[in-house]
Design a protein around this ligand. Structure first.
Ligand code: HC1
Ligand code: SF4
Length: 578
């Protein structure tokens, strides 16, 4: 252990601990803008500087480790002055348009400027306006170069966590900026649209394309039926956008908010997650029975960020993706066919909106094959959890006071198995529950497959488990985060491992940690706690098996006949090569 003093407090920490972490261990918060533990510890912003007795110059605390006997002061006039100067210099290259910024209130630059009492910027403004910037406004990921503070977080997250290296430094000196690497346009780069660079950006330099105006016109339109679906992971996190703790705001309150915004029907994507299980589970059993090893493992296909990744990085493995569409797309196809038919309205008069914790879902709805109900796109509009929160706020809805409202029938019926789709391992677990039933004719214990759930502080790139299904052993693997996925794929390609079924989610922790989820500016990773909320909702659910969902059964009885039938293939499956 190393013994030192920080702000007159005796501290004892393991060797190799940074000054910033040592201070945090005794409750002293040192401000920083660029620091992300294990991802970005490069002291780019110099805001975390501290005074170390005996050192002439100030020392950045995020990448200097403690030494025996150190005496550190984290908040002296000299330290505050240096921080203020560093922040003022950053502000001189920032547009400071807080009033029109989506991150106002959760921007770390705004907070630190306020905390330091910066009331004006004494340096000449040196904005990137006019410098080369060919940002396309139609791409689902939007970058505002005049808000970028060159902290390098996006560069490092995309590189280390997602292994895609879409961002890089360009220019030099005061002209230094962050741009798409290799001098490419973002559309040409292999961006998975995971949105992790957005959720890790300390300012509003990165955000989703804003589609809220389209939602306002759709929700107020006469003569069209607005049908909204809510993704599983949204329920765990949406209240965070209103300062509530994870899981506090209920999905019933969200349904109520959507009704007051003018939605005609509010449904649950967990319905179509159950449907996905029926289709994907049947496909898995068909593939296993065919016994063709070259098609194994079968990869889940519900995460469009992962699908984009596989198609761009390992196109030769595209055929291993399940052909089942994601629950979002299955929902859209069913809403504009079976639901429209049941309601006696023309499919063209249904406008389908999804609320998703994801950016890539905005691109998924535009893919070929996602217009299968014959009435335009099966999903007309995708809003992230953050965009929805902006609309709720604009309407002055008091979230805490909302009373729960139930989902509508029949597409509002979902099982606990559908709810856990939103957490890493959940799709696999839900699929195994039903695959067990489909092969044995009996239900397993609902928790029989919970071994595939991620453990706290998982350090391995993927999780694996083997289960017996009616005498056949199924080897499964689960990974989240695209760098982890890459490790797993390399091992599969090198034949170091063999699995029959693999679940991959692009975002660490699955959709719970999705790139469209609320950002509070605290840098706390929330995927695990949101995932915990989803697992506890499953535990309490009356229905825990996808194959028992009465609405899914009715859909097969009345319309599709059976999983993977001809009509089911037309509506619910897609060709990933198209
Ligand atoms: Fe997801 Fe899915 S779980 S992909 O993470 O399969 O976005 O929540 O809606 O479609 O159900 C996201 C979440 C979501 C789909 C489902
Ligand atoms: Fe990288 Fe994901 Fe950001 Fe695309 S959205 S640049 S893949 S972190």
């Amino acid at each position: 252990m190393v013994n030192l003093t920080i702000d007159k407090i005796a501290v004892s920490v393991p060797e190799g601990t940074t000054i910033l972490e040592a201070a945090a261990s005794v409750g002293i918060e040192i401000p920083s803008l660029c620091y992300l533990k294990d991802i970005n510890e490069i002291s780019a912003c110099r805001v975390c500087c501290v005074e170390v007795e005996g050192e002439g110059k100030l020392v950045p605390s995020c990448n200097n480790v403690v030494q025996e006997g150190m005496v550190i002061h984290t908040n002296t006039p000299r330290v505050r002055e240096a921080r203020r100067t560093n922040v003022e210099l950053i502000l001189s290259q920032h547009d400071n348009k807080c009033a029109t910024c989506v991150r106002s209130g959760s921007c770390q630059l705004q907070k630190i400027s306020n905390d330091l009492g910066v009331l004006s910027v004494p340096y000449k403004s040196d904005l990137a306006v006019g410098k080369k910037s060919f940002w396309t406004t139609t791409f689902p990921l939007y970058r505002d170069i005049n808000k970028c503070i060159k902290c390098m977080r996006c560069v490092q997250v995309c590189d280390k966590v997602q292994s895609l290296s879409i961002w890089d430094v360009s220019g030099s000196g005061s002209r230094t900026t962050i741009d798409v690497s290799g001098n490419r346009f973002i559309k040409e780069a292999d961006c998975s649209l995971c949105g992790q660079c957005i959720t890790h950006c300390p300012t509003g330099a990165l955000r989703e394309r804003d589609d809220t105006a389209k939602a306002y016109s759709a929700l107020g339109a006469e003569g069209r039926l607005t049908v909204v679906q809510i993704a599983p992971a949204v329920r765990a996190a949406w209240g965070e956008a209103f300062g509530m703790p994870t899981g506090r705001a209920t999905v019933g309150q969200l349904v109520a908010a959507l009704r007051s915004l003018g939605a005609d029907y509010v449904f649950d994507t967990t319905f179509s997650a159950d449907l996905t299980i029926m289709e994907e589970g049947t496909e898995l059993l068909q593939r296993l029975n065919a016994g063709d090893l070259k098609d194994q493992p079968m990869f889940t296909s519900c995460c469009p960020g992962w699908v984009r990744f596989l198609k761009s990085q390992y196109p030769e493995m595209t055929g291993r993706l399940s052909t089942a569409k994601s629950p979002q797309q299955m929902f859209g196809a069913v809403a504009k066919s079976w639901l429209a038919h049941r309601l006696g309205i023309e499919p063209e008069n249904v406008y389908s909106i999804s609320i998703m914790p994801c950016i890539a879902k905005k691109a998924e709805r535009e893919l070929p094959g996602m217009q299968s109900a014959g009435a335009g796109s099966d999903v007309d509009l995708v809003l992230t959890t953050r965009e929805l929160a902006r609309i709720v706020r604009a309407e002055h809805i008091d979230v805490e006071q909302l009373a729960d409202s139930p989902f509508d029938d029949p597409l509002g019926n979902g099982s606990g198995a559908g709810v856990i789709f939103g957490a890493t391992g959940g799709v696999m677990e839900a699929a195994l529950r039903s695959a067990y039933f489909l092969t044995t004719g009996e239900n397993p214990s609902a928790d029989a497959f919970c071994e595939v759930r991620a453990a706290e502080n998982e350090s391995r790139p993927w999780r694996e488990a083997a289960f017996d299904l009616a005498g056949t052993t199924i080897h499964c693997a689960v990974a989240s985060g695209l760098a982890n996925a890459r490790h797993l794929i390399r091992a599969i390609k090198r034949r170091e491992v063999h699995y029959e079924f693999v679940e991959i989610m692009a975002c660490p922790g699955g959709c719970a940690g999705g790139g469209g989820q609320p950002v509070d500016g605290s840098d706390r990773e929330k995927a695990a706690s949101r995932g915990g909320v989803l697992f506890s909702l499953d535990e309490k659910a009356e229905l825990r098996f996808s194959h028992e969902n009465p609405a899914v059964k009715a859909l097969y009885n009345e319309y599709l006949s059976s999983p993977c039938s001809e009509r089911a293939e037309e509506l619910l499956h897609c060709d990933h090569f198209a």
